[in-house]
Design a protein around this ligand. Structure first.
Ligand SMILES: Nc1nc2c(ncn2[C@@H]2O[C@H](COP(=O)(O)OP(=O)(O)O)[C@@H](O)[C@H]2O)c(=O)[nH]1
Ligand SMILES: Nc1ncnc2c1ncn2[C@@H]1O[C@H](COP(=O)(O)OP(=O)(O)O)[C@@H](O)[C@H]1O
Length: 449
């Protein structure tokens, strides 16, 4: 149990059992979920802090993930297993965060660490394609196949640059092939939770940082991980959904030949890699980690099979790269929770002003954890609430007809009750907009679902 925080909350009693933040004198919010009260805010070295009480006792949880940069106020909304945090006055790529309080990942970590755990993760609009995990013994041709794929489809794939304590080979560049690092530094970073997985391979430490995967996904590309079987097993056990491919050599003799012909290892290193290869191949074939095993006998054939597996046969045009969409939240906003999946963010400035056009309907029905540190699958629609067409419709109800009645009724009443005390007029008008189907074309169809 920790000490009480120094800041004072104005109104903890009103709390957030309905899913909204309490208004406070400071920039902190108190969010109550069951017998826990989460206090988020304060400047903790320039980042948002989190403390919580269980049945009135202050607890200092282990806080995982990169903390959000502090901001000029925020709003919280309770979701099923996490708290949504909408930062005010923040950049589009930094305004939506989650504090995971009871997600599968947090429950796993609680068990592992034997203490209270919460985890920060940044909200990202849309989904990234599942990363590809490619494993196989040293010298089988993983790097060659990955290079071919990235060369043919440069806008589709990005490489996860691992960290390693091994020395760089002649042509290898720091930050491109690997982040070459020192053992003590890497061990500290692993301890700090910066790595998605790490393993000791052929006598050196290798690891995939969370950042390495996320920079590729953030760029709208499919991330490729070239990691060993232990690493693949760790990723399989993590919350990151991926496609697992094992590359097998046609024979041990051919593997040895490729390793020797490559000429990048000492004799001692070659022998160590060959000794490990046998075990890796057994694990690759039998562990149930891998979705597919590809034999790399003839390189071109293997490459064609890899492309086929990824839906990239010779005639297919690769799908256009999906650029990450960012949300431009109104600088100052209020929040209305419509149901467990839909949240409306309204510009706080009054009435029928221009800024009101910024209202946003946030859809959290398809949230998916990426690598620890990101929550993907957010969707949103900008609602042109006071456009001419809509105000015309609101003023002339006969131009609008309700969608399926029970849906309309139940949601309208829930919107009203949830918005009590929090800008009810906005929410009510918004509800009008959201549940009335246009009979003229003047209403933007994206406002209707
Ligand atoms: N677990 C894990 N393995 C890695 C990582 N990066 C590379 N490896 C594996 O480490 C092994 C050795 O890689 P490397 O030193 O580049 O030698 P090579 O495989 O002979 O080219 C290979 O099996 C790689 O797949 C990583 O981030 N994590
Ligand atoms: N199918 C293949 N047939 C013959 N040589 C190959 C084949 N695939 C890869 N190689 C060669 O084998 C060596 C090892 O390949 P590499 O991609 O570095 O393996 P890995 O990344 O799995 O350690 C390289 O010299 C590469 O050119």
């Amino acid at each position: 149990m920790g000490e009480a925080p120094t800041f004072i909350l104005q109104d903890l009693k009103n709390g957030t059992a309905n899913g909204f933040e309490s208004k406070t004198e400071t920039l902190d919010t108190a969010t109550i979920i069951g017998d826990k009260k989460y206090v988020i805010g304060g400047a903790d070295g320039g980042t948002l802090s989190v403390k919580f009480q269980i049945l009135g006792e202050w607890v200092n949880p282990i806080v995982l993930g990169t903390k959000p940069i502090s901001c000029n106020g925020h709003t919280t909304v309770i979701l099923k297993d996490r708290i949504l945090i909408l930062k005010k006055n923040s950049k589009p790529d930094d305004c939506i965060w989650f504090l995971e309080v009871d997600t599968q990942y947090v429950r796993q970590q609680k068990k592992l660490l034997g203490t209270e755990v919460v985890a920060w993760s940044k909200g990202v609009v849309g989904n990234a394609e599942k990363p590809l995990v490619i494993s196989g013994p040293s010298g089988v041709g993983k790097g060659t196949l990955i290079s071919m794929l990235m060369k043919e489809f440069p806008s589709m794939f990005g490489f996860s640059v691992s960290h390693t304590t091994r020395a760089a080979r002649g042509m290898e560049k720091n930050g491109v092939h690997y982040h070459f690092t020192e053992k003590s530094i890497m061990e500290k970073e692993i301890e700090d939770g910066k790595f998605l997985e790490s393993a000791s391979v052929h006598g050196n430490l290798y690891g995939t940082s969370v950042e390495a995967v996320e920079v590729v996904s953030d760029a709208g590309k499919r991330c490729i991980l070239d990691i060993d079987v232990q690493g693949a097993r760790s990723v399989r056990a993590s919350s990151l959904e991926a496609k697992f491919i094992f590359i097998c050599p046609p024979s041990m003799e051919e593997l040895e030949k490729r390793l020797r012909d490559r000429g990048t290892e000492t004799e001692e290193q070659i022998l160590k890699r060959l000794r490990n290869a046998q075990n890796e191949i057994e694990q690759g074939k039998s562990s149930g980690i891998f979705d597919t095993i590809l034999y790399n006998d003839k390189l071109e054939e293997c490459y064609e099979n890899l492309k086929k597996l990824l839906g990239l046969n010779c005639c297919a045009t690769p799908p256009p790269k999906s650029a990450p969409r960012e949300i431009n939240l109104p600088l100052d906003h209020s929040v209305s929770k419509i149901d467990d999946n839909k949240i409306i963010i309204n510009c706080i400035s009054s009435g029928l002003e221009k800024e009101s056009k910024n209202s946003i309907m946030l859809d959290v029905s398809s949230l998916k954890r990426g690598a620890p540190g990101r929550t993907r699958g957010l969707d949103y629609q900008v609602i042109d609430m006071f456009s001419d067409g809509l105000s015309h419709q609101l003023a002339n109800p006969e131009l609008a007809e309700p969608t399926i009645q029970p849906f309309h009724n139940s949601h309208l009443s829930s919107a009203n009750s949830l918005c009590g005390g929090f800008y009810p007029s906005h929410a009510k008008e918004m509800a009008w907009q959201l549940w009335f189907k246009p009979t003229s074309t003047s209403l933007d169809p994206t406002c209707i679902w």
